[in-house]
Every structure is written in C-alpha cells, then in structure tokens.
Design a protein around this ligand. Structure first.
Ligand code: GTP
Ligand code: MG
Length: 485
C-alpha cells in the first residue's frame, strides 16, 4: 500500500503520487471503467450548475430490404401504413412521435400536431430545477427567484395529466417536423448544400450578434418553462424513443455504419414466412460476397455490422432484437411451427458467434407488420420498453451547463439550418445570456453531443471547422456520393 505521509519530503510525495497515479490507471483497464471515468471527468467540467437525467433512446431498425422495417416502425409510432411498396431512401427518422413513461413504463404516442421541438428542451431545463441534489446557496437564491415566476419544483407531479398525449423532456437537438419523411423527400431548400441555402458561410460577428440578439435569456427560458408547465399537456417524466429506419438496399450500406452507436437498441427485421436459407430471388450477390443471398446472409451481415461499428463500452450492449414479419403469409395452423423453425434457425446461425451475448433470442416475436391489431405488436412494444429500461444510457446524467447552447442550436435546426461553422457555434456560445462555456467546455460539448448522435463533429484538421447540427444531412451527402445523384 502506498500512502503519502505528512512527514514525507516533497520528492518522496511526488514519487508516491506517481506510483498511485500509475496504479489507478492500470486498475481502470476495462473500457467501461475508462469510459465512466472520462465521462465523469467531462461531466464534472461541464457541470458547474448540476446535472439532469436524460431519458432518450434510439431504436435502430435494420434488416434486409422489403422485410417490413418501415411498416413496423410506422405501427410503433402510430402512423398509417401506406398501401404498396415504398422503399426507404437512406434513413428515415421518426422522432417526437412516441416515448415511454419513466414511472409506469407505458408506451406513449405523441400527437405530431402538438409536438414542439423547443418545448422538449424547455421540459429538460425544467426537470433540471427539481431533479437535483441540494443546490449551493447561490443556486438556491436563483431558484427562489425563478419560483416567483415559474411553478417549477415539487408541483411537478401535479402537472401529470395521464389522459393527454405527452411529450418527453430529454431531447437536445430536435429536428424539423418533416424528418419523419425521408430526408431526400424534404423540400429542396432544406437539402441543398449551396452556400446560399445552407449556413456554411460564416456570418460576421456583428451580423451574428444582431441575428441572435433576441434569443435565449434567463427570463425567456423561465417564461417558456412556465408556459410548458401551465399547458398541462406535458408530463415531466416521459422519455423519448427515436426510431431510425434504415433503408435495406445495398446502395445505402456504406452510409449506415456512420450512425451505429452503443447508445442505442437495435432491431434486426426479417421475413419469417421464408426459410432462412432460401435464396432471395432477383437480387445481386451481397456486396463483397459471392454466395447466393439468403435471409441468413442478411441477418449475419447486420449483426456483424452493428457489432463491428459499435464501441464495446458496456458488456452485452448494444442489444440486438430479432423480429420476424409476414406472419399473415403463413397458414394459421402452422404459425407456431414456423416460429419455432425460424428462430431455431437464427439461434443455430449465431451459436458460435462471439457477439452472442448481445443477441436477444428468447422473445421469438413474429408479427404481421401491416396489422396494428396484431397482439404481438404489444409484445414487441413491451420488449423494446424492457430493453430500453435495462440500457445503461437510459437516464444517464447530463450537464445543465450545456442546455442554453442546446436551445440555441435546437432553434436553428427548427429554422431549417443543417450546418454551422465552428466560428458560428463559438459566437453563439459567446453571446449567450445564460451560461457561456469555456473553450475546452465547448470542445467537450461538441464531442459529447457527437457521441450522442445529436450533432456530427469530427475533430480532424480538415473537418473541425464545421458542425453538422442535423445529422441526417450526412446520410444525404454520403448517399449522393454512392449514387452519383
Ligand atoms: N403481408 C405482409 N406484408 C408486409 C409485412 N411487412 C411488410 N409488408 C409489405 O412489404 C412491403 C415492404 O415493406 P416495408 O415496410 O417498406 O419494408 P422495408 O424493410 O422498410 O423495405 P426497405 O425500406 O426497402 O428496406 C410493403 O409493401 C409492405 O406493405 C407483413 O408482415 N405482412
Ligand atoms: Mg423501409
């Protein structure tokens, strides 16, 4: 045991400290511990004014083309399923459409008409003021002043209105409402990367100051928070589920990996009415392979892709849930036999796979992805809920200090902005009337929000001058490289 004693001379103290630091480092060997340590350090640096609990889960829906991914996602978020075949072009994002009640674990659908991306962030700020541990005296004073104008605090639960559609509190960078459509189907103005349409050209300091002048102030935030609370339409403790529906055609495969993250739950969807080793007709060989494509080949591809591109931070995370579709294509009397057969096939396929502990194989969900009354849709919702609550990132603490900048960026995204120059982000931070992050805190903010998938920021010499605040823009850019369109 190395102990620094008060009678040790300076050099001895230094030497002992070095040994202790070394021991601490080697003891923190696992990626999980290392990650926790890094996160704690970073959060502490950003915190200053405490943290809030963030309930935010991404459900990544992957699998072979035409397996029923989009149909399934539409059922889960309460959308109408269109007639006929509509292949997903890139990635389709469904956000602000459903969530989970953090206390009752109820699946909650959100009316898109009442969805307001900014309110999501205000809810988050609100939660900040009552979720926290004992504030320091100065903060207490601030809160007291705030409570003069806002009914935040213990009244929180009184605001719960179970009969009303709810909205979650935990999103930092909401996208415009049209993101539940494919990005490529958005109005061209939102997509073009020309300097006129996007915000690539940095504004001058003066222009920016003028532009941002009327934005976030403490009063504005408090006023909005009060509105959110008084509306009674919102319940504080509803976490968000964001569905990422991946296009299943080969052409998109190169783009998908960019968005793989362990901070998510994965669904791998396949057509359960077909044999796992039946050749898929009219398709080219799988990229990089010469064997005939079968559902089994697609399942292996997706599992390998997910586990290759997601960092191993927590043991067995991310979880991968298999969902079979096209149950209605199987005669009723043999549904159970078919279920046994396909899921036994999936188990066989991965029995020696080294990522086996990521796979959820015991649920054996077999649905008709076009029928919202199929009782197994409820089973699927329950399973997603369970896996979300088990996920170590569900309810993780986030620093409050970032919230004002998140609000500013959220507002720009809502206005249709997709990219900001780093200078613009720095200016935005510098003119904040609520809290200004230091240079290092701002870097941490960008890295951390990149890891959350809320922005895209690569800190490399060629790319570090731009921040993509609407991550799906990247899919569109990469898709245009692949297809040449
Ligand atoms: N009968 C039946 N049809 C289904 C089922 N699931 C999907 N379909 C149909 O299959 C077709 C493809 O469904 P999608 O949901 O678009 O499939 P996808 O996996 O999103 O396809 P990509 O976006 O190309 O990867 C559509 O015409 C759906 O109506 C199912 O469980 N039963
Ligand atoms: Mg689709």
């Amino acid at each position: 045991m190395v102990t620094i004693e008060s009678y040790d001379n300076e050099e001895k103290k230094r030497n002992k400290k070095e040994v202790m630091d070394f021991l601490k480092t080697v003891m923190l060997q696992t990626p999980e511990e290392y990650n926790n340590m890094m996160k704690k350090t970073m959060l502490n640096r950003l915190t200053g004014k405490g943290t809030y609990k963030s309930f935010d889960m991404r459900c990544m829906v992957t699998g072979q083309f035409a397996a029923g991914k989009s149909s399934l996602v539409k059922l889960l978020v309460g959308d109408v399923i269109p007639e006929g075949r509509h292949p997903t072009d890139g990635i389709s994002l469904h956000e602000g459409r459903c969530g989970l009640d953090v206390q009752t674990r109820e699946w909650i659908l959100i009316n898109p008409e009442t969805y307001n991306a900014m309110d999501v962030v205000y809810n988050k700020v609100l939660m900040t003021s009552n979720e926290e541990m004992e504030p320091n005296p100065k903060e207490k004073l601030d809160q007291q002043q705030a409570s003069d104008t806002s009914p935040s605090g213990s009244k929180d639960d009184d605001m719960v209105n179970p009969g009303v559609l709810q909205q979650s509190q935990a999103m930092a960078l909401p996208l415009p409402l049209n993101t539940s459509d494919n990005l490529s189907k958005q109005p061209p103005a939102a997509l073009t990367l020309s300097p006129q349409a996007s915000s690539i050209v940095p504004l001058s300091r003066q222009q920016l100051k003028q532009k941002m002048k009327a934005k976030m102030t403490k009063d504005e935030i408090r006023r909005q928070m009060e509105k959110v609370l008084k509306s009674g339409k919102y319940k504080m403790k509803v976490g968000r589920l964001i569905f990422w529906d991946f296009g299943g055609q080969y052409v998109y495969y190169t783009t998908h990996q960019t968005f793989m993250t362990y901070r998510a739950l994965f669904l791998v969807v396949f057509d359960g009415s077909k044999g796992l080793h039946e050749q898929v007709p009219d398709v080219l060989c799988f990229p990089g392979q010469h064997m005939a494509p079968t559902p089994a080949v697609f399942l292996q591809h997706w599992v390998n892709c997910i586990l290759t591109y997601c960092k191993a931070v927590y043991a067995g995370i991310p979880k991968i849930l298999f969902v079979a579709t096209h149950k209605d294509k199987v005669p009723r009397e043999i549904i159970e036999t078919q279920r046994e057969s396909v899921f036994f096939g999936v188990e066989e396929l991965f029995k020696d796979h080294e990522g086996r502990h990521h796979l959820v194989l015991d649920k054996r969900i077999f649905v008709n992805a076009t029928d919202k009354f199929d009782p197994e849709i409820e089973v699927l919702k329950k399973t997603i809920t369970h896996l979300t609550f088990e996920h170590p990132c569900w309810g993780e603490r986030m620093p409050n200090a970032c919230v004002p900048l998140e609000l500013e960026i959220a507002e720009l995204v809502a206005e249709g902005k997709q990219i900001l120059s780093l200078t613009e982000v720095e200016e935005l931070n510098a003119i904040s009337k609520v809290s200004i992050l230091s240079f290092n805190q701002l870097r941490d903010f960008l890295h951390f929000h990149h890891s959350l998938g809320k922005i895209v920021y690569f800190d490399t010499p060629q790319l570090r001058d731009y921040v993509i605040i609407c991550p799906l823009l990247l899919v569109e850019v990469m898709r245009s490289f692949v297809t040449g369109i």
